[in-house]
Write a protein that binds this ligand. Structure first.
Ligand SMILES: Nc1ncnc2c1ncn2[C@@H]1O[C@H](COP(=O)(O)OP(=O)(O)OP(=O)(O)O)[C@@H](O)[C@H]1O
Length: 580
């Protein structure tokens, strides 16, 4: 929690100003009952009209000042809370930005979004409120009690007797409300998760006619959320009328006991009216504190959720002595080498990759083939260090990649993920993800190699044509080719293609590969492939079977020695024949 308070540090001056102004506003408020008492006792009861006017003007001036202090305080509290939220959002973003895929897998995207937006908003509101209440409530509470006692001790005791009742009531109710509020936050998370899945998967849902099932799932989560929200509101509904009841009880007690005091003691009608105002102010300050009791647990949940992200230790870290490390190319070392690598995802005990060893030299193309779920994507994800190995090591140019700064490592790699991802912006913007200062010529060249230049030429604004969010205005194959071009424009030393060619027809696939081959003579290339026919001429084929290497070699060698490879070939020939 201390960590979160640290975000208020830059706003110390604003906070001081706000607290001071709220303090002044509170004092002005406390002056009003006494001014009114005088107006009643001297002006009204004594029949002094000019006194009524004078007191009226005083009250007006005090109220105007109170308003000015309140507005100025509002300005500073808003600046503080908005600034706090901005800093926090920035740090959350930076933190998630530094996460390895391991941490992304752990949290899930939608909760990271809600934590950065909704949870930060919760805290922002609480800070705004707290700044005010923390000063107003105790000051009004104590100030009113003192002023009240100054007027009549006996009557004050009557009011003070009701306060413990009020505090007990607030305590009992807030104990009910805290767990309900925590529950509400969790339900909100699940609604946003389902909503996100529903929106991103809308095509699949429609294609499978699953609108009703998806709607039912959403409605169930929505109903759950409504049920807890209602529970919270039901408790809150008891809270405020209950407090009002106690407040009115205190007022009645003041009127009743006060009426005897007026008859027998030096206690005026004006004092009685001031007393009633003090009672209202005392009770309101208790109400404010009780609102905090409702809001704080909610803020605590949000704070915990934010802290969970901020305190998450990154599993993939840059080396400490990166400054001394000079990443040079050693011609005698393979471009990529796996030495006895085993790997598992942190949420499972099962080793996904077991004792993997192979190497790829500069200028060499290797292909990984294997059944679905055999670990191909996991294997290639280890090269840019999206995850760290459990055992063994991955080397790039002879260096253990854990000794290389991640940015330096990834600068050398052109990675094309299995799912094509484009960002909103022009085609040129998207390709410049690969190389910030890529010229138009370089972009066109990359598009040509990726067999994408033809369709881009046909687009109205060429490379300046706009790609909509998620790349929905280009076809799957076009999207795939643009992501390939994005890697090519980078001119990396290592290319990794995670099953990107199966979205292309055979002819485009063949053209793309031959264009690529002539362009990237010195680079090491690793291709994850589904269609064995497209990689049969590759000099190094790595056959993965259930996370283990079943064989490495050329097509001829594997056909002679590797049963798994023969089965893959046979099954694909079979399906090709069946298709004919
Ligand atoms: N993020 C993850 N967390 C936990 N397990 C995972 C994760 N990603 C993949 N796996 C598991 O690891 C295994 C290998 O998956 P991987 O995606 O590497 O296979 P693949 O050979 O690329 O499959 P495909 O050909 O279908 O793309 C699978 O059993 C899968 O369930």
């Amino acid at each position: 929690m201390k960590k979160l308070f640290g975000y208020l540090k830059p706003y110390k001056l604003y906070i001081t100003a706000a607290v001071f102004l709220i303090f002044l506003q509170c004092l002005t408020q406390l002056l009003l009952p006494d001014l009114m008492a005088r107006m009643v006792d001297i002006g009204i009861v004594g029949g002094d009209i000019s006194y009524i006017y004078t007191m009226g003007v005083y009250m007006l001036v005090v109220t105007v000042f109170s308003m000015i202090f309140s507005i100025a305080a509002g300005y500073f509290t808003s600046k503080t809370s908005a600034g706090f939220a901005k800093l926090l959002r920035k740090d959350l973003f930076d933190k998630t930005d530094s996460f390895s895929l391991e941490e992304f897998d752990k949290f899930g995207t939608s909760t990271l979004v809600t934590r950065t937006t909704n949870d930060v908003n919760q805290l922002q509101n609480v800070i705004m409120m707290m700044l005010r209440v923390v000063v107003v409530a105790p000051l009004t509470f104590l100030g009113s009690i003192l002023l009240m006692m100054n007027k009549d001790i006996t009557l004050s005791l009557v009011v003070l007797a009701v306060i413990p009742l009020l505090i007990l009531f607030v305590y009992v109710v807030s104990r009910q409300i805290i767990p309900a509020v925590q529950e509400m936050q969790r339900k909100l998370d699940s609604v946003s998760r389902i909503l996100r899945e529903r929106l991103t998967g809308v095509r699949v849902i429609r294609a499978f006619n699953k609108e009703e099932a998806a709607t039912r799932q959403y409605e169930a989560a929505n109903d759950d959320l409504t049920a807890v929200s209602l529970k919270v509101n039901r408790i809150a509904a008891v809270l405020f009328p209950g407090m009002l009841f106690l407040m009115n009880l205190a007022t009645i007690a003041v009127l009743w006991v006060g009426s005897f005091r007026i008859e027998s003691a030096n206690f005026t009608v004006g004092d009685m009216m001031a007393f009633i105002q003090y009672v209202t102010m005392i009770m309101m300050s208790v109400v404010m504190i009780s609102i905090i009791f409702v809001i704080l647990p909610r803020a605590k949940v949000s704070a915990d959720r934010i802290l969970e992200v901020l305190n998450t230790e990154q599993t993939v870290l840059d080396p400490e002595n990166e400054a001394e490390f000079v990443f040079t190319v050693d011609e005698n070392q393979p471009a990529v080498e796996f030495k006895n690598v085993s790997f598992r995802y942190s949420d499972s005990d099962k080793m996904i990759l077991k004792h993997i060893s192979f190497s790829i030299n500069r200028g060499e193309t290797a292909a990984v083939i294997g059944g679905t779920g055999s670990g191909k994507t996991s294997l290639v994800s280890l090269i840019p260090r999206f995850y760290d190995v459990a055992d063994g090591a991955v080397y790039v140019d002879g260096f253990d990649i854990r000794d290389i700064k991640q940015a330096d490592l990834r600068r050398r790699i052109g990675f094309v993920p299995q799912t094509a991802v484009l960002f909103s912006g022009t085609i040129a913007d998207n390709l410049r993800y690969g190389k910030d200062d890529a010229t138009e010529e370089e972009i066109w060249k990359a598009l040509e190699i990726a067999q994408a230049s033809e369709f881009v030429e046909n687009m109205e604004e060429g490379i300046y044509s706009y790609i909509s969010q998620g790349g929905t205005n280009v076809s799957g194959g076009q999207k795939q080719r643009l992501t390939i071009a994005r890697a090519i424009v980078k001119k990396p030393e290592i290319y990794i293609f995670d099953d990107n060619f199966s979205a292309l027809d055979y002819k485009t696939d063949a053209n793309l590969r031959s264009a690529l081959q002539s362009e990237i003579k010195d680079a090491a290339v690793l291709i994850v492939a589904q269609r064995v026919a497209t990689i049969r001429n590759v000099s190094k084929i790595i056959v993965l079977d259930n996370g283990e290497i079943a064989g490495i070699g050329t097509d001829t060698e594997l056909m002679a020695n590797c049963e798994v490879y023969r089965q893959i070939v046979a099954s694909q020939n079979g399906s090709a024949e069946a298709a004919e």
